[in-house]
Design a protein around this ligand. Structure first.
Ligand SMILES: [Mn+2]
Length: 246
């Protein structure tokens, strides 16, 4: 049995399918958010993850959160029969998610689904955790999050545990200015969200070490949906820290 981490698949079904080929049935996969948007296949990938709960453990990304807030507002409008303020809010959320963050392929596919499947997806996203803070593999302890960690005494942090907007923002949107601010105890933090060319000039997993040479922070977003030849989906194996690209 092995434990893998992937992130920011962003609707690239072919890369995700190639990744699935390496899995044995008993392997575990942590998905660090941003499965949807940009590419065309986000909803199908999300549904695959939803339908394999024993194998896949997913964390909320800012893209799933943008979809969730849009859907929540849209549901309120249906319910309240649309006031002017509702439309303002919906237009803002549509623009932020669908237009500025390339959510249109996701929304179009979602809207064609039967209502029952729409509801399952909505509930799935609504209940996604934002961090696994205490994943122990061999002698290491990993803290898995979409963008940035925060010290919290819970093994799994859910959206409902974060009443403060700033806290949720830190977990799903914020980018670290200094990676030292991401060190949590003696854990190894792993995130996606920020494409690794921010840290080195290649689309490969970035391992940040402290002065003693211990790995403290790993960024695995290798620009899966970027429109260039070397963009890829990265997969990190937590048992031996080996890396594969798709
Ligand atoms: Mn992101």
């Amino acid at each position: 049995m092995k434990t893998y981490v992937i992130s920011d698949v962003h609707g690239l079904g072919a890369k995700f399918t190639n990744f699935l080929r390496i899995l044995d049935p008993e392997d575990i996969v942590y998905v660090l958010g941003d499965v949807i948007d940009r590419g065309p296949d986000g909803i199908q990938i999300l549904q695959y993850i939803m339908n394999h709960p024993d194998q896949f453990k997913m964390i909320l990304g800012n893209h799933e959160h943008m979809m969730l807030t849009y859907l929540e507002a849209a549901r309120r409008v249906d319910f309240e029969k649309a006031s002017y303020m509702n439309h303002e809010e919906i237009n803002y959320l549509y623009d932020r998610w669908a237009i500025r963050n390339q959510g249109i392929p996701t929304l179009e596919y979602y809207e064609k689904l039967p209502k029952e499947q729409q509801e399952q997806i909505y509930q799935f996203i609504k209940n996604l955790p934002v961090a696994y803070t205490n994943v122990k593999i061999k002698n290491y302890c990993f803290y898995l999050v979409h963008s940035m960690p925060k010290e919290l005494k819970k093994d799994v942090v859910y959206q409902q545990d974060l009443p403060l907007r700033e806290d949720l923002h830190q977990f799903i949107w914020k980018r670290p200015s200094f990676l030292e601010t991401c060190h949590i105890d003696d854990k190894i933090v792993i995130s996606g969200h920020t494409i690794t060319i921010k840290y080195h000039d290649k689309l490969e997993i970035y391992f940040s070490k402290d002065k003693e040479g211990n790995i403290r922070y790993i960024d695995i977003d290798c620009g899966c949906a970027m429109n260039c030849d070397d963009s890829k989906l990265a997969c990190l194996c937590l048992d031996d820290m080996s890396v594969q690209y798709f």
